[in-house]
Structures are given as structure tokens and as C-alpha cells.
Design a protein around this ligand. Structure first.
Ligand code: AMP
Ligand code: SF4
Length: 477
């Protein structure tokens, strides 16, 4: 079973973006570049693409930074590849290096293979021990490498069969796109932690972490990859397989709807925009707000919920905090000082809107409290009369072990302090959060199909109905 505590030592905690394209006749490397650009919000540390050339060799290009910095669109437009995968990696403190960029590639006994992974394997330590005892030498600290190593230890099976068997041994969160000579493979873990969608334009197939990546390519959303499903796309079209693993229930990450996914994506049939707006509406329903002049948001993360709050309460929305669009995310900067400076560079309140007025300020979440504290103090400098902070998700009290980089409990504001103390620390006149039930109602999926562990501490290892499995039981030849 999964042990969140031992896993907390693992090295790579990533929400990332994966993209794959297959065409029977067109070159698709440039489309992967465009697809990755649409998934840029899922990772800004590095980007990479991989394809298999006519000499059966795997090719990979990776670089640090945003997609346009790491990769050359014009080079990819000239690349003769009909099956290509790509990855954008989310930055984690201390782990920012090219060595951690994906896809991870190998030319092993059964041919070339490349893997791009979104999520976290929670039994990585056990897998690594078993594999090292069998002689494996790991090249990186990435849990994704365990999948390649598991494949390489089954030299009598085809790459696809070896991958299926490898996936039956891994636990935790994974959405994968894998390139092998048999075709383009996409796989989603049996719990369905992270989203993964299939798109199509004519005979061309696409697989993306989020459906927002398809419209840029003129492709239509076909459906989500099901939890526990593996699809193989080749010249014969798309074939679907099931992993031989039972999961007690689905564990789709509720935080994707709160913060991570792009609002124009559809996950499990639910529009992220609508879910987020509904969170704002339900937040407004939970109280009567008097004497407030306007609703404002922390852009962009709180804006959709703030619009819902304004619509429900009848209080006008003002774009009173301005976002500098030319600087990146601040959350994950390695030191608190840099993080604070990052918030100041990124967000700036309009003095003329706040002066002598009272506002409701909406953001999607409080993690360490850095953003809320700084924005409220900047608004105080504008001499606002009153500031009421409203958060469109429940308090984040527990770390995530399934691929979102939330810090350990010791750094989480709501794990350390009471709500009154958080309000005082950030300098707000009042602070309210959305309740857990209102959040799941707003998402609109059955509550038992969602992961809410960072809000309630209900981790997968408490899911007694998930089938427990040994490590690498019968897979080796
Ligand atoms: P903090 O400043 O540490 O309280 O972080 C909260 C801010 O970061 C909010 O404005 C969120 O929109 C954003 N945020 C929440 N979770 C994450 C995450 N896992 N990665 C990056 N940003 C986040
Ligand atoms: Fe998502 Fe939170 Fe679950 Fe992590 S713990 S998968 S962030 S809901």
C-alpha cells in the first residue's frame, strides 16, 4: 500500500503537461510544439520532444525554460516525424536542471522507447530497491525512469507488453505518453488522478494533459483516457486496453478544478471554467455581504471564482489588481525572499479603485500565505477602508503526494494557524474559505470520485478497497 510519509522523501513532485501526436502521413513535431505551448501553464521549468527516426533511433530535444525558449519551432517544423511526444515540466525548489527534463529516452534490447510522465509514482522507493537488487543502474533521480527500467528487465516481451506489465506494478499518479515502434501509447493510472484527453483531426490523433491543447491544432476533443486505460495509436487507428489493476474508486484531483487546469479545459465532462465560477457562487451563498463596494480578484488564479462571487452577490466586479503578464509564476521560487519579490513584481493594486473603499478579494487558495499577505499589504498602502479575503477552496492543510508541489505541513498556513490567525497575519478584516462539500458540489462530480487529500488528509493508503499488490511480483522473465 502507499505510504505518503515514506514517499515524502522522493525527489520529483511534478504536475507537468504531456502531449503526443500521431499521423499516418503528416509530420507532427511542430504540432507537438504548439500543443506544449497550450499546456505551458502546467510547467515552465523545461520542455522537450522526442521521436523515432527512420534509422530506428530515438531523438530528443530538451531545454530549460518556456517552450519557445527550450525548443525551436522552425527546427521542429522541418523534422520528419509522424509520431512525436512532448513534455513541459513544472519547477520544483532545488530540482531545476536539464537532467530532470523529459521525455526520458532509451534504446534498449527491444528497440527505442521514450516516456513523458505527469504525476508521481508513490511506490518508487520499493521499485527502485527491487530493480537495483537485480542490477539496474539508475541514470537519474526521476521516478519515471523506473518505468523504463521495468520494461528493460523483461527482454522477452514486446515493448508494449512490457509496458503493460510494468504499469501493473507501479502505484500512484501517472499520465503517460510513450513512444515505441509499435506506435504512440497513452496511459492513465487506475485512480485517474491527473487528466488526459484524446483529440482527433481527420486521421491524426492527439493526446494531451488537457483538452485546451486541441483547439489550437484545429482538432476536436474525442474523450478522456479512462482511469486504468492504455491506448495504442498506430497505422491501424486507436486500440484500447485495460490495465489488470483494480482500484477501489476514482481519485481525480479536485485541485485541477480549483487552480491547476486551464479554465477552457473540460475534465470528466465538466468545464473547469464553470466549476470555478460555481465555487465563487457558492462562496457568496454562504454569507450575506453588506457594505462592500466591489469584488476583486488575485489575477489570474482568482478571477473566474470572483466573477461567480460577484454574479451571486450582486456586487460589481472590478479588475482592481493588475497582473504584469510578462513575468512567470511566483509560487515555486526557491527562497521566501525571491517569492515575495516575485509577487510584488507580478501583482499590483490600483490605488484609485481601493482608496477609501471596501472590497471582497477572491483567490483560489492559500498555501504558505505569501501571496495573500503581500497583496493585502499592498492594498492597505492604497488606503482601502476594509478588505475581506475569500478563498474559493477549503483550507490546504496537508501535502500532496500525487504530483502537485504543495509543501510539507510545516509550511502550510492552514496546517499551522487558526483561520483567525491567518486573517490577522495576512492583514485581512475577515477571511472565509469555501467548505469541502461546497467545493465538490461545485465540481459537480460524485464526491467519491475525487481526491481531496490536501484538504482533508484522506490519502489513497486509506482506501482499503484498492487492490494491494506486491512489488514486481511476477513480471521478470
Ligand atoms: P501562497 O502564496 O504560498 O499562499 O500560494 C497561494 C497562491 O499560489 C495562490 O494565489 C494560488 O493561486 C497559487 N497556487 C496554489 N497552489 C499552487 C501550486 N501547487 N503551484 C503553484 N501555485 C499555486
Ligand atoms: Fe490534488 Fe490535493 Fe489530491 Fe494532490 S492531494 S492530487 S493536489 S486533491
Amino acid at each position: 500500500m502507499i505510504s505518503p510519509r515514506s514517499f515524502s522523501e522522493a525527489v520529483s513532485r511534478l504536475v507537468c503537461g504531456v502531449f503526443g501526436a500521431f499521423s499516418p502521413r503528416d509530420y507532427v513535431a511542430e504540432e507537438v510544439y504548439l500543443g506544449l505551448s497550450a499546456l505551458q501553464h502546467r510547467g515552465q521549468e523545461s520542455a522537450g520532444v522526442a521521436w523515432i527516426d527512420s534509422d530506428r533511433r530515438i531523438n530528443v530535444i530538451k531545454g530549460m525554460g518556456l517552450v519557445y525558449e527550450a525548443l525551436s519551432q522552425s527546427v521542429l517544423a522541418e523534422t520528419p516525424a509522424r509520431s512525436v511526444i512532448g513534455h513541459v515540466r513544472y519547477s520544483t525548489a532545488g530540482g531545476s536542471m536539464l537532467q530532470n527534463a523529459q521525455p526520458i529516452c532509451a534504446n534498449y534490447a527491444k528497440g527505442p522507447v521514450a516516456v513523458a510522465h505527469n504525476g508521481n509514482l508513490t511506490n518508487f522507493d520499493a521499485l527502485r530497491n527491487t530493480l537495483e537488487n537485480r542490477g539496474a543502474i539508475f541514470q537519474s533521480t526521476s521516478d519515471t525512469e523506473a518505468i523504463l527500467q521495468l520494461m528493460a528487465h523483461q527482454p522477452r516481451r514486446s515493448p508494449f507488453e512490457a509496458l503493460m506489465r510494468a504499469l501493473a506494478e507501479v502505484e500512484g499518479a501517472y499520465c503517460l505518453v510513450v513512444l515505441m515502434e509499435e506506435g504512440l501509447v497513452a496511459a492513465r493510472d487506475p485512480w485517474g488522478f491527473r487528466p488526459l484527453s484524446i483529440g482527433r483531426r481527420g486521421d491524426n490523433y492527439y493526446v494531451a494533459s488537457e483538452s485546451c491543447a486541441f483547439s489550437l491544432l484545429g482538432a476536436s476533443f474525442v474523450r478522456d483516457v479512462e482511469p486504468g486505460e492504455v491506448i495504442l495509436i498506430g497505422s491501424g487507428g486507436l486500440k484500447s486496453y485495460r490495465l489488470p489493476v483494480e482500484s477501489g474508486k476514482k481519485w481525480l484531483c479536485s485541485f485541477e478544478y480549483v487552480y491547476f487546469a486551464r479554465p477552457d479545459s473540460i475534465i470528466e465532462g465538466r468545464s473547469v471554467y464553470e466549476a470555478r465560477q460555481e465555487m465563487g457562487r457558492r462562496l457568496a451563498q454562504s454569507e450575506s455581504v453588506d457594505g462592500v463596494d466591489f469584488v476583486a480578484s488575485f489575477p489570474d488564479s482568482g478571477t473566474t471564482a470572483a466573477l461567480g462571487f460577484a454574479a451571486e452577490s450582486g456586487i460589481p466586479f472590478e479588475a482592481a489588481v493588475v497582473r504584469n503578464r510578462y513575468v512567470g509564476r511566483t509560487f515555486i521560487q526557491p527562497t521566501q525572499k525571491v517569492r515575495e519579490l516575485g509577487v510584488r513584481i507580478k501583482l499590483s493594486p490600483s490605488p484609485s479603485l481601493f482608496k477609501d473603499r471596501s472590497a471582497v478579494l477572491v483567490d483560489d487558495s492559500i498555501v504558505r500565505g505569501t501571496t495573500a499577505g503581500l497583496v493585502v499589504s499592498m492594498i492597505r498602502e492604497c488606503r482601502a477602508r476594509a478588505l475581506h479575503l475569500r478563498i474559493s477552496s477549503p483550507p490546504v492543510r496537508f501535502p500532496c503526494f500525487y504530483g502537485i508541489d504543495t509543501p510539507s505541513s510545516g509550511d502550510l498556513a492552514a496546517a499551522k494557524y487558526s483561520l483567525n490567525d491567518i486573517a490577522k497575519t495576512v492583514g485581512a478584516d475577515s477571511l472565509r474559505y469555501l467548505s469541502a462539500s461546497a467545493m465538490t458540489d461545485a465540481i459537480g462530480l460524485p464526491p467519491d470520485s475525487l481526491c481531496t487529500a490536501c484538504f482533508d488528509g484522506n490519502y489513497l493508503d486509506g482506501d482499503s478497497s484498492s487492490s494491494p499488490r506486491g512489488c514486481c511480483g511476477k513480471i521478470f522473465d
